[in-house]
Design a binder for this molecule. Structure first.
Ligand code: G4P
Length: 532
């Protein structure tokens, strides 16, 4: 392969769009994802994402948990080409117990698509995810789904989104009716109406389009819903500001679209908006310097690790967001944290729902590097430069459990399993200095259940997970290594090491922590750890 010119990298980077799709469970995220793939031509028949969701249940036992609870536990990556752009779409787990995983996925994207169930409006998980996006100023597009049902009035929805999420909503389309009387959407920018017809068979460019938004003939055809929509649009025009690309890019405004994903309706507009409005990859901050995406040298950051994704492979994949330059299969890379070298030959991309071997990738892309533990969450990979990206967070857990094996002969398997699950970020694992019982830390109860299930089905260990007296954890650091050692020695009954050997103090109550903090003024206590 010829050496890429600077302008080729620049062109490739500029056509990347990398975004996450976020929603409360059941709003229609999976359905919309599938329709985006369908409209971009990445898949030919609807049903394959759903089928994949279903076949995951069939092939992977631990996913039973997902099935039972009707939630999407694992998140995944898909790539598609649309118009001149390469779109990387990252799915996120819907359940709040996996919010830490979702948070990390959101560090790897440049925009987010929020799916809202028009009947339910803003739901708890949407709110949480949006807070994360807002904290990072991630641009957000809003898709209001299920207009083919009896849902809330669009004006009320718009108002709710504005109030609850603290963003100005700018409608790009407006619905004409809803439920059985759903006639379509008015495209406010192109001044035309797309007529709704139920069914999953239609693809791009085949729906009926009526030019103009003010036509007595349409009013006759669509009845009072048409008149109502016109009246509402009038109100919206007066109340809502003009769309501002700047405000969208800084997360202050969100363009809103209405549709029905299951009926392939409204999907095209979203796809068009993604390529037209969502930003290409931006610069990224490392501890040493700020890196531009079109720089010639490859750099990337591991934001997610998933073990045993496919039981037939029993491997472990590090998901890497390419931060700059171009990746080429077989190139020599360095894991900055450990100094180890890496020469990935079987890197995968996630085109068209299948894992495929990848030859090259550019800033903005997500690549999957199979490995046996060389890569950890938060790792930076470069062609040699000592660079550490910041911003991949680990939160101090809010719940703790002790974990032991039912069968002592399986102690080794337990340790190996927990080590891997800990490195994957599925759970945090602490090794207390005193005693041999390992501690698990999580932000949501469901994480413990998934871990118990995976230990049994992937590592053949029945684990006994019981309560723990600890309730608060803080990572500790100190500029003076001697002082840190003194602190650890003096507190050895409540000290532990996490998966990357970072010392952690564990306490039963928050006031106890405050007392420790005031007794040890030189020690720093962290509720957030950004990298190893
Ligand atoms: P999620 O990934 O956000 O959890 O949601 P998912 O796409 O699985 O959709 C949740 C349910 O909502 C599904 O129904 C899906 O068919 C339905 N749905 C999605 N979009 C629309 C829409 O535009 N209109 C209507 N009326 N329903 C929609 P289900 O019964 O749970 O699953 P299934 O049996 O249809 O697969």
């Amino acid at each position: 392969m010829s050496e890429p010119t600077a302008s080729r990298i620049e062109t490739e980077v500029r056509r990347r769009r990398t975004f996450a799709i976020i929603s409360h469970p059941d709003a229609g995220k999976t359905t919309l994802t599938e329709k985006l793939l369908l409209f971009s031509g990445a898949i030919q028949i609807a049903g394959s994402v759903k089928a994949r969701k279903a076949s995951r249940h069939a092939t992977s036992d631990w996913m039973e948990i997902e099935k039972q609870r009707g939630i999407s536990v694992a998140s995944s990556v898909m790539q598609m080409e649309y118009r001149d752009c390469v779109i990387n779409l990252l799915d996120t787990p819907g359940h709040q117990d996996f919010s830490e995983d979702t948070y990390r996925v959101l560090t790897a994207v440049d925009a987010a698509l929020m799916v809202i169930d028009a009947a339910n409006g803003v739901e708890p998980q949407t709110r949480r995810l949006l807070q994360v996006c807002r904290a990072r100023n991630t641009p957000i597009l809003t898709f209001v789904n299920k207009m083919d049902r009896e849902v809330q009035e669009p004006l009320a929805l718009m108002d709710e989104i504005e109030r609850e999420l603290g963003m100005t909503v700018v409608p790009f389309t407006w619905p004409v009716g809803m439920g059985k009387q759903f006639h379509g959407v008015m495209d406010l920018r192109q001044q035309r109406m797309r007529v709704f017809a139920p069914g999953e068979d239609r693809v791009a460019g085949t729906e009926e389009v009526l030019e103009g938004l003010d036509n007595p003939a349409y009013a006759e055809r669509f009845g009072m819903q048409y008149d109502n929509a016109q009246g509402e649009i009038e109100l919206v025009r007066e109340a809502a500001p003009e769309f501002s690309l700047d405000d969208f890019l800084t997360g202050k405004q969100t363009p809103m679209f209405f549709g029905s994903a299951v009926n392939n309706f409204g999907v095209q507009e979203v796809l068009d908006a993604l390529v037209e409005l969502a930003p290409p990859p931006d610069k990224r901050v490392a501890m040493q310097r700020t890196v531009q995406p079109e720089e010639p040298k490859f750099t990337g950051v591991v934001f997610k690790i998933q073990a045993n994704m496919d039981p037939a492979h029993r491997d472990r994949i590090a998901f890497v967001r390419v931060a700059s330059g171009r990746f080429e299969r077989g190139m020599n890379l360095k894991v900055v944290r450990s100094g180890k070298s890496l020469r990935p030959n079987s890197v995968v991309t996630f085109m068209s729902q299948k894992r495929e071997l990848l030859d090259e990738a550019f800033a903005g892309d997500i690549i999957g590097i199979p490995n046996h533990g060389v890569l950890q969450l938060g790792d930076t990979i470069t062609e040699g430069e000592a660079l550490q990206y910041t911003g991949l967070p680990f939160f101090a857990p809010e719940m703790f459990r002790s974990v032991e094996v039912a069968d002592p002969l399986k102690t080794k398997q337990l340790k190996a399993g927990l080590q891997q699950l800990g490195e994957e970020g599925a759970i945090q694992v602490f090794r207390p200095i005193a005693g041999s019982v390992l501690l698990l830390g999580a932000v949501g109860q469901l994480q413990f259940e998934v871990v118990a299930h995976r230990l049994e089905h992937e590592y053949g260990v029945k684990a006994r997970i019981t309560g723990s007296r600890f309730q608060v954890a803080r990572w500790v650091t100190c500029d003076d290594p001697q002082e840190l050692k003194r602190f650890i020695d003096a507190n050895d009954h409540r000290m532990a090491y996490d998966a990357v050997d970072a010392p952690t103090v564990l306490v039963e109550y928050a006031p106890e922590l405050r007392a420790i903090e005031s007794n040890w003024p030189k020690i720093k206590f962290h509720a957030l750890r950004e990298h190893a």
